[in-house]
Write a protein that binds this ligand. Structure first.
Ligand code: UDX
Length: 433
């Protein structure tokens, strides 16, 4: 089977490359010519563990191709995965102009049956707008279907999440579309949940909002633990063993970021509002998350008193480990706040420094280090913003020797407080003492 994927961003590339790995002939349509060139040469414009290797294997076996020409993509296959961006607009709603464009161009150029599959995260009932657009622009009546098949890919884990998902959600109306979708996902062993398209669209926003809610919930518990002497990690374990709750996404810290949660929670609040439903619960979830930054800065101030002219090391800039992505990363707000307080920063991240440099160029108050130890030189304290594996394995004696003062403010709870005290550190973390 031939498959077209429109959109060579994070979702489109993971979808296209993984489908070609499963044996399909895939064509990815991407507007930016430089990206297409890079991909043709076997290089990814994003960092995602394992994905570049699969791309190179697929290129070698001639199972994947790239083009800037959407008409070539439409002609290539009956099946079109729509993976274009749906960026956030000022009012929180998603900008669906790229989705509309794919629907319109498909309608104008289709010669036979097409199956349009929504992968991009879209508001509930977008499938209806896609259908209407295709009907409006098609030159003669041709059969087509629109399916909602949301992605649940975590950055850093996307290949595994695609090939071994917990579930596959397919919102479909016709038997023809259902059997094509069954065929596509045959090689993947996972439960398939068939729903109507509106339900599938809603599942995506509901999943991400629920996960964000879990994190905000545990972050409030962390605040309470700090006031009472309880330990948030043990609370998370204690409640997480209950199968109805589950332990995942109960790690307290400086809050959720990334390209999905902030955008999806905001969009979901707006979607509910547009349908006359006041989802104020999610507004609180957002508010709690925003407050994490202040709470972390407060901790740094408690540890160091005045921050003016203090040189501080920062480990971790990406919104989470195993990615170079800094979109909505808590580090952006933390670094801005520290600079505003007059601190001088020495930053290090294993993958995200180049992206971060575009927002925060090197200057007299801010430098980037070659490695995590070099970042510590002449610093009064170390602040940890992302839980990269290499930080967890750091040589703590060396850290102590390199820092001017043995102070660590850990926004991700990567060390055991009691062990840190034994090692001679003044150690501040989230919801533990
Ligand atoms: C998320 C969803 O998990 C995925 O299913 C969806 O389709 C895309 O959005 P991603 O944005 O890659 O994936 O990151 P995720 O691993 O979900 O983490 C999101 C944020 O929550 C990160 O900033 C992370 O640091 C934070 N987080 C996660 C916590 O603070 N605590 C936790 O326990 C888990």
């Amino acid at each position: 089977m031939n498959i077209t994927v429109v959109g060579g961003g994070y979702v489109g590339l993971t979808t296209g490359i993984c489908l070609s790995h499963l044996g399909y002939k895939v064509k990815v349509v991407e507007k930016i010519p430089q990206k297409v060139q890079m991909l043709k040469e076997g290089h990814l414009p994003i960092y995602e563990p394992g994905l570049e290797e699969l791309l190179q294997e697929s290129l070698k076996q001639d199972r994947i191709s790239f083009t800037t020409d959407i008409v070539e993509g439409i002609d290539f296959s009956q099946v079109i995965f729509v993976c274009v961006g749906t960026p956030e607009q000022e009012d929180g709603s998603a900008d669906l102009s790229q989705v509309e464009e794919v629907a319109r161009l498909t309608a104008q150029h289709m010669k036979d049956y097409k199956l349009l599959i929504e992968k991009s995260t879209v508001p509930v009932n977008t499938h209806k707008l896609i259908k209407k657009t295709v009907q409006r622009y098609m030159k003669s009546p041709i059969e087509f279907d629109v399916v909602s098949n949301p992605e649940f890919l975590r950055e850093g884990n996307a290949v595994k999440d695609f090939l071994e998902p917990d579930r596959i959600v397919i919102g479909v109306e016709s038997d023809r579309a259902k059997s094509i979708m069954q065929e596509i996902y045959k090689p993947i062993k996972a439960p398939i949940i068939f729903t109507d398209p509106a339900t599938a669209e809603l599942i995506k926003h509901a999943s991400n909002s629920f996960l964000a809610m879990k994190i905000s919930f545990i972050n409030m518990i962390a605040d309470l633990c700090e006031k009472t002497g309880a330990d948030v990690k043990l609370v998370a374990d204690g409640i997480g063993y209950d199968k109805r709750i589950g332990r995942a996404f109960l790690d307290a810290g400086i809050g959720w970021g990334g390209s999905c949660f902030p955008k999806d929670v905001k969009a979901f609040i707006k979607i509910a509002e547009d349908h006359g439903v006041d989802f104020s619960l999610l507004k609180e979830v957002e508010k709690i998350n925003a407050e994490r930054i202040d709470r972390f800065i407060q901790k740094v101030k408690t540890a160091l008193w005045s921050l003016k002219d203090k040189r501080l090391a920062v480990w971790g800039l990406s919104f989470k480990p195993n990615t170079d992505d800094i979109r909505y990363a808590p580090s952006i707000k933390v670094v801005s706040a520290l600079l505003k307080h007059g601190a001088k920063l020495s930053l290090y991240d294993p993958k995200a420094m180049n992206n971060f440099k575009r927002l925060f160029p090197e200057g007299k108050d801010l430098s980037y280090a070659q490695d995590m130890y070099q970042a510590l030189v002449d610093c009064e304290a170390l602040l940890i913003l992302t839980e990269w594996e290499e930080f967890k394995k750091a040589d703590l004696q060396k850290v102590k020797e390199l820092l001017r003062l043995p102070i660590i403010v850990d926004g991700r709870n990567i060390y055991e407080p009691s062990k840190m005290r034994e090692e001679g550190f003044e150690y501040y973390c989230m919801g533990r003492s």
